[in-house]
Each structure stands twice: as structure tokens, then as C-alpha cells.
Design a protein around this ligand. Sequence first.
Ligand code: CP
Length: 302
Amino acid sequence: MKKDLISITDYTKEEYLRIMELAADFEKNPNQDLLKGKVVASLFFEPSTRTRLSFETAISRLGGRIIGFADVGSSSVTKGETLHDTIKMVSNYADLIVMRHPLEGAARYAAEISAVPVINAGDGANQHPTQTLLDMYSILKTQGTLDNLNIFMVGDLKYGRTVHSLLMAMSEFQNPIFNFIAPDELLLPEEYKMHLREKGIRYFEHREFTDIISAADIIYMTRVQKERFADPIEYEKVKNVYILRGKMLENTKSNVRILHPLPRVNEIHTDVDKNEKAYYFEQALNGIFTREAIIAYTLNLK
Ligand code: CP
């Protein structure tokens, strides 16, 4: 049976830990010829820098070849070809499909059509499971554990697919505490809060971004996503609602690390970049090792 990765809940806790183990191995030895003779399709129907380039780096470091598109405008979708037909065709050409799409559920639909495994590289505001696995690898590397962590999630918790996936995954570990900081317009959807309540996990919601962050082990900043707003005036109201500045980190714990899936706009001031608690650029680098691990695991190469 093919092993798709569409939602973070497609993997068990044991599989998360296996990916972490493989990622650590790839970090020590990134160049391994496991994909020799294989072709991976990289289909990006929505813009990306890190996800696409780190996947393509991972494929290259594993000795595989890449086909696909970074700009949907260069594909036959512009002539009216459906997602169904595009995936049907590409799954005849490649051994694996990595796909980003603006529509929620598009990756699951593609997996149903495709004869080869599909990895979701982000579907609308829904899920971004490979980001979550690299986020978890970054948390594990910086905290030494995935248990007993106080995780603050800040910004766009409504449309933020990385937040949704990370929350689901971290809720599998022991005693997490979640603190959600978002404006009224961008609150975490009820279904995720219900999930936490059902698992008996503590969470707190805040509107203000204040010295409460002094309790954090992880501060997960997110961008307010302009592309998800139907009304530009609504975006203007909230776009700069929270900005993390270097001074705000003075009374935080020594182990706290600032994560951000990137790209950032204004939500992390550049004066944080040199702070030893900033980890977002290292986090993006971890994406290569984690995606090598996901590809190897998906294709049973390890
Ligand atoms: N983190 C992330 O998904 O970044 P890109 O949109 O640049 O791929």
C-alpha cells in the first residue's frame, strides 16, 4: 500500500519519532544515493520558497531527479486542465508527487487519484505536515525533548496551517501546555480547541502579546496571511497586530526558542535575528534533513 502524507494525523507518534531519527541521520550525512533512478514530481500550484527549494535540495542530495513546475502559469492548468487529469498524468511519470495547492483538501483528492505516493506541501489553510515534522525536529534539537513543553502560538491562528498541524502533532506528547495569542479576527478554529479538550490538554487564549511569554519554551510566530483574506481592509486591520522585538525577550527563559515557518513580514523585528533565542533560519535548514527523512520513509528506502 502506498504511504501518502496528507495530514499530520496520517502518522502515528512512533512514526513522528522515526522521522526525527532519520532526520538526525541525514543531518550527519545528507548525501545518500537512495533516490538513484527515481523521479520526483514537484507540483507547486501556490508560491513557495522554502518548502519547494528544500524538497528539491533533499531530492538532489538523495540522488533523485525532479520534474514539475513552480509556477502554475507554465502548466496546462491555464488551458483548463483539471487537477484530476494533471495528477493522473504526472503519477505515470514520477515515483513520488510533492504538491502544494491553494485549496483545502486538494492533496487528499490528489492522493486518491495518484498511483504513486503524494506528500502534501500545504493545502490552503488546512495542513502543512512536512513543516510540522521539521518544526518538531527543531523543537527536539533545541529542547532535547517533545514532552512537558509550554508552547506559545502567535498571530494568524485561523488560517495558519502550520499552527493547525503542529498543535495536532504536539498533542500526542506528554503534558503540553498551549498558549494562543491572536486577535478576534484570527482565533484558532473551534475544532482544534475541541481536540485539545477531548485529550485533556490545557490551553489558554490571549489577545495581548505581553510578558506572559516569560513562561514559554517555544514561541511560534506566524505571518498574517494576506492571500487568505477576501477583503483587503480586513487584512489591513490585523496585519501588524503582533510584533516580537528583541527587548521583549529579556525576561524569557534561557531555553526558549523563537520559531517561525517563514516567510516573515513584520511580525519578528530584525533586531531579534541576532538574539541567541532566534531559531527560525536554523529551523528552515532543518527542513532539508526532515524532508530527506520523509521521502526515504515514504518510499521505504530506509
Ligand atoms: N514555510 C513555508 O511553507 O515557506 P514557503 O511558503 O516559502 O514554502
